[in-house]
Design a protein around this ligand. Structure first.
Ligand SMILES: [Zn+2]
Length: 206
């Protein structure tokens, strides 16, 4: 494994769904209930966006590119297999208490709330603001380090660690806080109808 393939989350392949095998991609999406196999986000297939802003990837890059090894992943999780795809799309934070999948879900909800103010989000709106406050500050330990969590600088930061073994263990503490505008079209698509669903889950009346 090269440094540029520093394992952030999972070890899935590049998307295979850029090819022409549209029926097979759609079948894979449906086989998994239209859910991202990393973060659990649910999408839907429409004529304009048959894969609902998801990619189809080989579930482990070491396996053969055979439909039996394919899984659907949302665009964000799909990008998490490669540091270079995250450049200028957000920053890393230290949040070992939160899984990347959970953070991805919460950010999608938070940005979805912002993108669709006309929807009745109930108390979810306030919860998103509180969550934002909790994750938007840079760790104080970073004050003396020339790093603000930018993906572009992560590899050079890891090189500065004295013990190579610390590289992956430090990377394991990091979570990627993507920006809203990096995935705006996808989040707008996923957020449609989300308020009603979330309120059903939290037991709030709509
Ligand atoms: Zn996902």
């Amino acid at each position: 494994m090269t440094q540029s393939r520093l394992v952030l989350q999972g070890n899935w392949s590049e998307p295979v769904s850029s090819g022409n095998d549209h029926d097979a991609y759609l079948k894979t999406l449906e086989r998994f209930g239209c859910r991202c196999q990393y973060c659990g986000l649910e999408t839907r297939s429409t004529p304009q966006s048959p894969l609902g802003y998801f990619d189809i990837c080989v579930k482990d890059a070491a396996l053969s590119n055979d439909p039996i090894n394919w899984v659907p992943l949302c665009k964000i999780c799909s990008d998490l297999n490669d540091l270079t795809k995250l450049y200028r799309k957000g920053t890393f934070i230290e949040a070992p208490w939160l899984s990347q999948g959970r953070l991805t879900n919460l950010l999608i909800i938070r940005y979805g709330v912002a993108f669709r103010p006309e929807e009745d989000w109930g108390s979810i709106k306030n919860a998103c603001e509180q969550f934002g406050l909790a994750i938007d500050s840079t760790p104080r330990e970073w004050d003396g380090v020339a790093w603000g969590g930018e993906p572009e600088k992560l590899l050079s930061l890891l090189d500065q660690l004295v013990h190579p073994l610390e590289n992956q263990s430090y990377a394991n503490k990091l979570r990627f806080r993507f920006n809203a505008d990096a995935y705006e079209d996808a989040i707008r698509f996923w957020a449609s109808g989300m308020a009603v669903k979330l309120q059903a889950i939290t037991g709030e009346s709509v």
